[in-house]
Design a protein around this ligand. Structure first.
Ligand code: PLP
Length: 432
């Protein structure tokens, strides 16, 4: 697969490999006698397990076998959910939050989400609770909207590198994900010009993510305005995944809600997982034009129904007690910033090693081979780092950038620094 996909070069099946044990010759499901006769349907035949989850599974298995693995693969804050949220959830269970709720989520939570959005949005048609659909994590929100919005024949522009699941979700909806490679000179972000060059008459939308997983890059307001204007001119949908918005180090990360004049083709995806250290509670949401919100609700009503009632109440507490929430976010972001600074200082020891300076989220994206190098150097490197040096990271091929690797600094500071030192040492060993 060539390293650059700009233009209408489309990818329907995502090829990447994973830093894990060597792939067994016989796929696991075929060696399992209870699965005899099973072959995956055309719906999912192209799917691979999420590479990020695969790395963390392998790291856990090595830990279980007694290895002192440093897991820098996971995209999950290493903090406990703040106490005021845990207490509110326990209280909600005692008060009976144990039953089905409305598919789209409890009204007070959707009202709180709408109120937070309206505090920032100055465009036409304020956000109403009816425009909000609460789901089992923002991952489900993204899947719902891909399914409701995109279909066969549609092309979806995906700034690349980007979170591994966007490509698969668009493809599961039978649309064609079109990776648009970011500019290394701008932290691997794209601009309106790059998107325009990749567009065709079939382009139906673009999926943005800022701060970005896997790079930690933050789109500035000017770049976002340019993309919005282009989308408006072309009639594209803009999906903006703002799950890392609150984890930003150089001032608040600009949000499309802050600048959009209208939202009739805009979908904002957010959730409590990252900013509030609530990954396990599984609450995310989409804010969409009313008709799309209704379609997503109908779709969800046939798949999972409502997100867990207790988790919705926990999210409601997170969004309601702002003083406690802001204090918790500030202390977690301060720690992430300190780690970012420490990681960047450590990387200065090896100036030949290129990386994106993270301005948000909690990832460091490092180029371990020249762009365009043959094979999958990132996967090979990640595998060596895990198997020989007990550090789990994610190969860049999971994000369609095989010369890179992603390290998460959502782990104790000393472990992160040890991981970075081992990464640099391995790279030097190989560069000799
Ligand atoms: N979007 C991005 C960019 C992510 O990195 C992740 C999780 O890693 C998600 C969405 C999913 O978050 P949630 O836990 O809300 O499903």
């Amino acid at each position: 697969m060539p390293p650059v996909f700009n233009g209408a070069a489309a990818c329907t099946a995502i090829e990447y490999s994973v830093a894990s044990a060597p792939t067994p010759a016989i796929p696991a499901h075929l060696s399992d006698p209870s699965a005899r006769g099973f072959t995956p349907s055309a719906n999912i035949a192209f799917l691979k397990e999420s590479a990020t989850i695969a790395v963390s599974t392998r790291a856990k298995a090595m830990k279980a076998a007694g290895r002192a693995v440093i897991d820098l693969g996971a995209g999950e804050p290493d903090f406990d959910t703040p106490e005021f949220i845990r207490r509110a959830a326990a209280g909600a269970v005692e008060r009976g939050a144990t039953r089905y709720t409305a598919t789209e989520g409890i009204l007070p939570l959707r009202e709180a989400i709408a109120a937070e959005a309206n505090a920032r949005y100055r465009g036409a048609v304020p956000v109403d609770a009816k425009d909000v659909v609460v789901s089992t994590g923002s991952k489900q929100s993204l899947f719902n909207l891909c399914f409701a919005l995109f279909g066969a024949g549609d092309e979806v522009l995906i700034p690349t590198p980007s979170w591994t699941s966007y490509y698969e979700m668009a493809a599961l909806a039978r649309a064609t994900p079109v990776p648009v490679h970011g500019d290394p000179a701008r932290g691997l972000t794209v601009d309106a010009k790059a998107l325009a060059a990749a567009a065709t008459p079939r382009t139906r939308g673009v999926m943005l993510n800022s701060p970005c997983n896997p790079t930690g890059a933050v789109y500035d307001a000017a770049a976002l305005r340019g993309i919005l204007a282009l989308a408006e001119e072309r009639g594209w949908w803009v999906v903006t995944d703002e799950i890392y918005r609150r984890i930003s180090y150089d001032g608040p990360a600009p949000s499309l809600l802050d600048m959009a004049a209208r939202r009739d083709r805009l979908v904002i995806v957010d959730g409590v997982a990252k900013a509030y250290a609530m990954t396990g509670w599984r609450i995310g949401w989409a804010i969409a034009p009313r008709a799309l919100a209704a379609a997503m609700t109908a779709f969800q009503s046939h798949t999972t129904s409502n997100a867990a009632a207790v988790s919705q109440h926990a999210a409601l507490a997170a969004l309601s007690d702002r003083a406690a929430a802001e204090a918790a976010i500030a202390s977690m972001v301060a720690e992430f910033r300190a780690r970012r600074d420490a990681v960047v200082a450590e990387m200065a020891a090896e100036p030949r090693l290129a990386y994106v300076r993270p301005a948000g989220a909690f990832y460091l994206f490092v180029r371990i081979a020249p762009d365009g190098a043959p094979g999958d150097p990132g996967a090979e490197f990640a595998q060596a780092l895990l198997e020989q040096h007990d550090v789990a990271i994610v190969p860049g091929s999971a994000f369609l950038t095989p010369a890179w690797v992603r390290l998460s600094y959502a782990a104790p500071r000393e472990q992160v620094l040890t991981g970075v030192r081992r990464l640099i040492a391995l790279w030097r060993e190989r560069a000799r």
